[in-house]
Design a protein around this ligand. Structure first.
Ligand code: FES
Ligand code: ZN
Length: 423
């Protein structure tokens, strides 16, 4: 079995014997190493250890009881999927609701939705799907046309948090469980610490009480699990996982910190747990003694609670930027493209393999290497002569050419994609 991405790392994982006998049960064949203790474990002992960690965390921090209705926002990724799997296994009678936010991210959101549907079927969890473009008329991709073009993930985060609260209310959830794990929490904690944002650090505790009246409490049952072990668990349990990643994936400060943490942890296996324990037991209590500001308002646009003093919530401020852009087109269907009358200011680029381009291509199309999409500087240099033009990209499926469009939009080029341009 192969899996390529986990946090800041890329590696292969194959289920195969890694020794003669499991260090715990002394019976089965070990297939996985516990990253923190160098123990070689069989599948069921590994699962038992992770279950125990989650069970003890839930109990210690009183995360929920059986009167609660617990929502899990599923993304199709390993973290939320493993969370759903473990909660369902440990608490089969708990009232769990799966939710999927389809954010309209082309070549990603619909695929991930299918993965989440399969997961919920496998785990027997009810699923509620919220389709952002259908419900609200915009998609996350469209922010590429605004001043937020280089911060799509952060806009996405604001919109998602808003929807978490709103949908939790509509669905009657009392608790929202998220898949944040040890590596996520540590890297975010250190990043916020360096930025001096202590208010946000408080929200990294295993339980975050509601900020506004009627809000669900947020819990992080995987807070003590290392990312790598979550991935192992998801693979060993054969959970349906989304293999294509979000095209907006950015190198955020916390991803860089994750890489440093990995380097430090390679010298000292318990390093991450030590740092997190200091954070949890010493630092957070210091912050909690500081009274949080209690001022909150109803957003003048959407009516949801906000702490923003100008009474317009972060989500509505961002959406008003989109509303100022009349033409939010990023893709053309073949019909639209061929019926376009005036093509004088257009340049067409074929980003398929060169052999295919040489065999056949759209009239007037120039070839550019598909690999160029990886290199921002080269991308800018190559397309600089076309700064004033409209650029049309196509490939076999539309996925790679769309990536070109997104990258070039960030660099302020007028780039468009040709949809499903197989011919
Ligand atoms: Fe939000 Fe990728 S999932 S930007
Ligand atoms: Zn609002």
């Amino acid at each position: 079995m192969q899996y390529i991405k986990c946090g800041s790392e890329t590696f292969n994982f194959e289920i195969k014997p890694i020794g003669k006998i499991c260090n715990l049960c002394k019976r089965e064949t070990p297939v996985v190493t516990l990253t923190t203790q160098a123990l070689k474990l069989c599948k069921s002992c590994f699962l038992r250890i992770q279950e125990r960690r989650v069970y003890e965390g839930v109990k210690r921090y009183k995360m929920f009881d059986f009167k609660d209705r617990v929502g899990i926002f599923l993304s199709g990724g390993k973290d939320s999927s493993t969370l759903a799997f473990l909660l369902k296994r440990l608490y089969p009678t708990l009232n769990i609701q799966g939710i999927y936010l389809n954010l309209g991210i082309r070549y990603y959101s619909d695929q991930a939705q299918k993965t989440v549907e399969n997961l919920c079927e496998k785990l027997n969890i009810p699923l509620f799907v919220y389709n952002l473009p259908k419900e609200e008329g915009f998609s996350i991709d469209e922010f590429i046309l605004t001043d937020f073009k280089s911060k799509i993930c952060s806009v996405c985060g604001t919109i998602k948090r808003y929807l978490f609260s709103k949908l939790a209310k509509n669905l009657g959830l009392t608790v929202i469980a998220t898949g944040h794990h040890l590596d996520d929490l540590l890297s975010t904690y250190l990043t916020l610490f360096f930025q001096g944002d202590f208010e946000s650090i408080k929200r990294l505790a295993p339980v975050s009480p509601p900020i506004f009246p009627g809000q669900a409490k947020k819990i992080k049952p995987l807070f003590s699990l290392p990312e790598r072990e979550i991935l192992y668990l998801a693979l060993l349990e054969e959970l349906p996982l989304e293999s294509c990643s979000c095209p907006h994936g950015e190198i955020t400060p916390s991803k860089k910190v994750k890489k440093w943490l990995e380097d430090w942890a390679s010298e000292n296996k318990t390093f991450k747990n030590q740092v997190y324990s200091v954070f949890l037991n010493k630092f957070i209590p210091l912050l909690s003694s500081k009274k949080e500001s209690e001022a909150f308002f109803s957003c003048l646009k959407c009516g949801e609670y906000t702490s923003s003093p100008n009474q317009i919530c972060g989500r509505c401020r961002r959406i008003s930027l989109l509303e100022r852009i009349p033409d939010r087109k990023l893709e053309f269907t073949r019909e639209e493209w061929f019926s376009l009358k005036d093509k004088t200011n257009w340049v067409i680029f074929d980003v398929r393999e060169k052999e295919d381009y040489l065999q056949e291509h759209l009239e007037g199309a120039k070839w550019v290497s598909p690999n160029l999409v990886e290199d921002e500087k080269a991308l800018f240099k190559t397309f600089k002569p076309y700064k004033d033009k409209n650029l049309l990209f196509y490939c076999y499926t539309g996925r790679l050419s769309y990536l070109f469009v997104l990258k070039l939009r960030k660099l302020s080029f007028k780039a468009y994609n040709l949809l499903n341009s197989s011919y």
